[in-house]
Design a binder for this molecule. Sequence first.
Ligand SMILES: Nc1ncnc2c1ncn2[C@@H]1O[C@H](COP(=O)(O)OP(=O)(O)OP(=O)(O)O)[C@@H](O)[C@H]1O
Ligand SMILES: [Mg+2]
Length: 417
Amino acid sequence: MEKTVAVGFNEQFKEANETRCRYRVMKGTAGSGKSVNVAQDYIIKLQDPLYKGINLMVVRATEDSNQLSTFSELTGAIERFGLSSLWRVTTNPMRLKCKVTGNEIVFRGCNDTRAIERIKSVSFRQGKLCWIWIEEATEITSKAFDILDDRLRGILDNAHQYYQITLTFNPINAQHWIKHQLWDMNSPDIFTHSSTYLKNRWCDEAYKARMERRKLTDPEGYKVYGLGEWGNAGDNILSNYTIETVDKDITHYDAVLQSQDFGFTHANCILQVGYKDGDMYILKEIYEHDKYTNKLIEQATVEGFSKHILMYCDSAEPDRIAEWRNNGWRAYAVHKNPGSVAAQIDYLRGRKIHVDTACIGTAKEIQQWRWKRTSNGELTDEPLEVEDDAMAALRYATEPYRRKHRMRTMTKQSLGL
Ligand SMILES: Nc1ncnc2c1ncn2[C@@H]1O[C@H](COP(=O)(O)OP(=O)(O)OP(=O)(O)O)[C@@H](O)[C@H]1O
Ligand SMILES: [Mg+2]
């Protein structure tokens, strides 16, 4: 059952697609073609009889986030190449199987214990797990990476088989573990690769023009997303955080509160925040686009947010606050006044912030939340207003302290604990 296919690859990925190094570390600007390239590369290889017996696990921070990204990139590649008849695609659970080789692709998350268990229990009807693709790899912890790395071991069946972990990402932060553990390592096991949208032959002029504008409005962001250079941590507003597994039992905290930044096209972010011995802990997060308030209320209830815990909300949307209140939630507007953002940030910079690994939106934003620069490159003391919805919710979570009132959060006593 042989079929010849004409496929389009960007020249800049040639070497990346050929390397057999154990680690294929691929940073790049936004729109450089990384995701499309890696998806195409896997589809072509996995249906090649040479690679029979090799299976692929695709990993993102959460399993669900594969659906609109890696899963659709891979199925899109199958369609573009006209290979639909050679692949069996299932959506629930997401799984792809090549009918020619029997090789399979499975999808996993890695940011909580249940997801890690699901990684450990991955099995295939035939062959071995040889390849792992970690998409948006800056979203995952180095601990999760080690667990994934551990999965690739044992004697392989033949010389064509090899173990490989591919990481694709934008280099958001020079302090990231990927930089010091992999990128800077200079080891024969590690293949590093940089790509740019300028060398993506499918990148249109409008996109290029948008990038040029970003150069002016957000020079530091342009460095990462336009030039593909490691982000400068000196511009970051917060560095006093860790991304780790956080205790979800609210009775273990001195106080717990909730906060919300409203959004629709922007993310709507709801956080549950615990305070203990002066440290802040982000226990839970809802980070959703295009969702109406009634749906968010349902989701918050299902996901263990509590009506009885005070929720500090963006004051710009009184109607939405009213809707939460009408549904029995203790939602209040934060007080905005000149200087309140600076005071909130001051508060946040003054303590340790522990972000649970499942709070992807917060983890992503906190690593790239940074100060604005003027057009001549000087740092200002104003935060840059891009992708800062979780950061707004985090600021609102400082409300009871900032206003120097008695902390109006939920104490154990008032919860009857
Ligand atoms: N080989 C290809 N064939 C056809 N179109 C492509 C190809 N590579 C890239 N493109 C086009 O370029 C766009 C950007 O590519 P892609 O999404 O892979 O970039 P990326 O590097 O993953 O970006 P980001 O860092 O933002 O995730 C795609 O949406 C697609 O339209
Ligand atoms: Mg991508």
